[in-house]
Design a protein around this ligand. Structure first.
Ligand code: AMP
Ligand code: GLY
Length: 424
């Protein structure tokens, strides 16, 4: 098969790494890719949001199957456009990607179908939003309705903070159109976890659980990022909890989307709070997580490609995936200053020495190859140093051993990835 992966992050490197290993894969392209992906795929300089460019390339190159990594092209309708052109594509249509593209849509769907989530209100008017906050009290959570690259959520501890967030989004247009409407919701207490399922429109196949580390600093302090590390499985998601998540959240969502004429195909990634009253949905993403995809791909024993094709073709029923029993953990190395301003173009050395360690794979995110062959940092999140181990503690030891072999003075990482699992 001739395959095209869309995206340029660590998630897409992990997808390319897994797809390139499939006996079904003859030719693999990635648009736009990065320096690590270039070891697995032919990178083509088309951005993930250039829908026309991607469709034209897929047609010219007679691509058999497209795997879309990030959310933006899904919400822009890339899968709809590819399918209309006769090219099979993995991922939801724009109508189904609204589960991630509009938090208000997601919350209303949950309300209509009894899916457990935080109590909420939807607003476009700042005064009405503030009145709702006064009525509910704090802490309270203010969320931009649309895509905001993980930055559109404010946990307000007091009224001033809530009002400032409402004004920033609704009055000052901080997130542009994505913040022209907001969801304000109840603050939930518990332990966070992520759960992934592969969905074919009607059937959901559970993949695995994971835990992300969104804050930039150790002990989960400082501003939020795209994710500074992850591990899988998450011990808080026991087998019984996974069954409950499937029965109360994932399966009702799949049924609801089909019933409302937006059948969901692709990866359903539930951000959950495990509360004393059971699992509650914080948000849906309609794609693999980054860096969660890196740990899932390391743990997957089966060939990924037939599973993605089965989801696209609507034949996941009776499909089975095999997983390694081991845990996987990834440590993200980012450019100093991220998620604020950071330098690009600094040199990274000794990746080969780090990758030579057993059970270690290094997934690239923002990297670029200089003409003279040196590896340069080209983004905020730059590397995902990933290891397998018999448990989270061992996987973590191996990952940090690899991190310590990498020579990149301008990079940094959190040293406490996996702390929740280790504290248990
Ligand atoms: P989201 O993008 O909706 O997942 O929100 C980003 C982060 O904000 C989550 O990972 C949680 O840590 C936190 N968060 C979001 N909604 C709530 C809530 N209702 N209660 C407590 N924390 C929340
Ligand atoms: N790591 C969180 C996300 O991909 O949304």
């Amino acid at each position: 098969m001739r395959l095209l992966v869309v995206g340029s992050g660590g998630r897409e490197h992990a997808l390319c790494w897994a797809l390139a290993a499939s006996p079904l894969c003859d030719t693999l392209y990635c648009a736009p890719g990065n320096a690590g992906i270039a070891q697995e795929a032919t990178c083509v300089p088309i951005t993930a949001e250039d829908i026309d460019g991607l469709v034209a390339f897929a047609q010219e190159q007679r691509i058999d199957f497209v795997v879309v990594g990030p959310e933006a092209p899904l919400v822009l309708g890339l899968v709809d456009r590819l399918e209309a052109a006769g090219i099979k594509a993995f991922g939801p249509t724009a109508a189904a990607a609204a589960l991630e593209g509009s938090k208000g849509f997601m919350k209303d769907l949950c309300a209509r179908h009894g899916i457990p989530t935080a109590a909420y209100g939807r607003f476009t008017d700042a005064e009405a939003a503030k009145a709702f906050v006064r009525e509910r009290g704090e802490p309270i959570v203010v969320k931009a309705d649309g895509l905001a690259a993980g930055k559109g959520v404010v946990i307000a501890r007091g009224p001033a903070e809530a009002e400032a967030a409402i004004d920033a989004m609704l009055t000052q247009g901080q997130f542009g159109a994505a913040g022209a409407a907001v969801v304000i919701e109840e603050f939930l207490e518990g332990e966070e976890a992520s759960f992934f399922a592969l969905v074919d429109g009607a059937t959901a196949l559970p993949l695995a659980s994971a835990q992300d580390h969104k804050a930039v600093g150790e002990g989960d302090t400082g501003p939020n990022t795209g994710g500074m590390g992850a591990y899988s499985p998450a011990p808080v998601v026991t087998e019984a909890m996974a069954d409950e998540i499937m029965a109360r959240i994932i399966e009702p969502t799949v049924r609801a989307m089909a019933a409302e004429g937006r059948p969901f195909k692709g990866v359903l990634f539930a951000g959950l709070m495990i509360t004393k009253d059971g699992p509650k949905l914080l948000e849906y993403n309609t794609r693999f997580g980054d860096p969660e995809c890196q740990v899932l791909c390391m743990r997957l024993m089966s060939d990924l490609l037939p599973a993605l094709i089965a989801a696209r073709d609507g034949v996941l029923k009776n499909f089975q995936l095999r997983w390694y029993e081991q845990a996987a953990l990834t440590v993200v190395m980012a450019a100093k200053g991220y998620p604020g301003d950071y330098r690009k173009g600094t040199e990274i050395r000794n990746l080969d020495k780090a990758a030579a360690l057993p059970d270690v794979t290094i997934f690239h995110a923002g990297t670029q190859r200089a003409e003279d062959g040196r590896l340069l940092a080209a983004g905020g999140r730059v590397l995902g140093v990933t290891a397998l181990g018999p448990n989270v503690a061992e996987a973590r030891k191996r990952a940090y051993e690899a991190v310590d072999r990498i020579d990149w003075p301008n990079g940094f990482c959190r040293r406490d990835i996996g702390w929740r699992a280790l504290e248990r």
